[in-house]
Design a binder for this molecule. Sequence first.
Ligand SMILES: *Cc1c(COP(=O)(O)O)cnc(C)c1O
Length: 721
Amino acid sequence: MHYRPRDKFPNLPARIAQLGDLAYNLWWTWHPEGRELFIMLGGRAAWSRNGHNPVKMMHELDDGVLKLASLDPRFLRYYDAVMARFEGDMDPSSGWFCTSVGDPKDNTVAYFSAEYGLHHALPVYAGGLGFLAGDYLKECSDLGIPSVGIGFMYPEGYLLQRIAPDGWQAGACERLDRENAPVRRLRDDDGNPLLVDIPLLDGEIYVEVWKVQVGRSDLYLMDTAVEANDPWNRSISDRLYTGDPEQRLRQEIVLGIGGVRVLKALGIEASALHLNEGHPAFAILERIRERVDEGMSFHEAAEEVRRTTVFTTHTPVPAGHDKFPFPLMEKYFGSYLRRIGMDRAEFFELGIDPRDPASGFNMTAFALRMCAHRNCVSQKHQEVTRQMWRHLWPDLAEEEVPIDYVTNGIHVPTWIDRRLGNVTFNQYLGRDWLEKHDNPLIWELLEEIPDRLLWDQHRRMKRALINKIKDRARDKWRDPESDSRTIMALGTLLDPQTLTLGFARRFASYKRATLMLRDPERLRKILTDPHRPVQIIFAGKAHPDDQQSKLLLQQVYNAAADKSFEGRIAFVEDYDQYLAQYLVHGVDVWVNNPRPPMEASGTSGMKASLNGVPQLSVFDGWWVEGYNGKNGWGFEGSEGPTNDYRDDRDSEAIYEILEKEVIPLYYRVDDEGVPRGWVKLMKEAIMVAGPHFTSRRMVKEYTEKFYRPALEETKNAPGSA
Ligand SMILES: *Cc1c(COP(=O)(O)O)cnc(C)c1O
């Protein structure tokens, strides 16, 4: 049976029929010329009204507009040029992978992740883990790595964040409008949706499958909200990271086991599997079951799967790993294990954390034992992880624990400011800088960019950010229910001349959003200095079930509304991929102060650095590798008996760096008004991030370290020709 998405634009004139493919291919998210084409078609107003989502916009356009476009020579000229480029990029037989690794056809890598951050029109993400996965798929497309992503369609994935006047996050959940999102249900030739069954307990559970095209990469999202399921099963994929342990287990069964069954139903033979964090680790079991069904013994099958599976862990603290009570595991896996010929005790053994055997079935322990290729997401994270999991290899010294690291990176075409890239970098680094951005040599040319020019670019991005924030406040002010306190807290008094710090991320408590607010007197002095003022822009969402994080958010909001800070603190609602773009481009300093060693990597600081926004960060995650003494500021997180004690010391470290280094450097300008020392720092930030902290470097490293050997294994496996 052949499954494919249905054409959703029946009225598109033949001459411009490919617009339909383009709208559903997220290629346009990282190719500005693709977006420009849609803007030309529908107009800028329609483009923003529809959330920069071409599918929604095209559904809104009437046939007359489409007809007119198909006859307009100017539009057609641009259309042909964009389509030529688009088609070229879709060619499956080109790219780095083909020339350096092998034929993409028999080397598919299946990538499993609970979330994907690709664009705000498809909000199936919570934060960094999702953006890593999204950037990964885009990069695989660029490099020609034959990758297939597996994930979930979360109808309630999107939290529209609204802050009540008292600062409490009153999230409205907006149901994702699938018909208008860049995602299509897979159907058979008769138009019936593909329905994949997953054995769960006594009955089956069914998923429908939606396809997202990410350049050359395919992403399949499973959806449990289908008729055939009873209500409890239907709600399995309702939302990301549900707190209820049983529903969470069911989610992970569907993600892992269901994901492998979806691949099977689609006829996709994955040569290697990559598990992004422990959530999808049950995929291993289903891969084993497939082999056992074909006649292998359990141990043979397990060994083959082990050698072809890559596991990336992201969680540096024991509490962060998913653990399921054994009785629950018993309930769900009893009959399944019999099918694989696996003994229950033996299975449970694989998920035991030796330090805390009673804590339940640990997904990380399971994945570490069952995958031959294991990695952390930064060098520091590797140290912490080796220490945490050394008990799994009792005979090895800590530094021999076989867990590698591949430092995270960001997708450069997605995160670079468009004009900074297309104008300034094109001019000074060469027009092909984007294609060659992992070559450190081209970044040496950055020195050639005149300080004044880079500074002007930066000021433009900063104005764009502040204008965007004020526009949002203005929109809100029109709402008859809004009050002036809220409008002020949203950033109405922000000033483009003032040194601006940015702090935007999920409100998870380890990220310490309120750290800078710890000594309000000292902070007030810093912010309200009449000659050298400072302002802070905060943004971020709290998980809807996390009351503690909502309290932190409320504190930040109250500080933003506190008149004694004179409007120098803003809290901007609805931190998403769209707002993130403005923030990482437009603030002056990116602040990052998690409680070490809790931030395995952190990627927002890479996005900022790439755009010339230096980071001020505690040494944790990528910053331990990224900081070179010239590209930002760093401080050691303090050791101490209590969190309170550590937070006091760490906030003092930040105030000190601000007072002694950041503020003087920023306000030291020459006769032309250019802060030369600051611009030097900006260049250094770009030069470090540009060639190295990118998904280009990361994906190549995954390929060389893990995929290549795993793909070799598959070729040598007994079953293969
Ligand atoms: C990059 C990004 C993140 C991850 O940021 P961290 O530095 O890892 O906290 C979260 N949310 C959005 C919207 C992002 O763009």
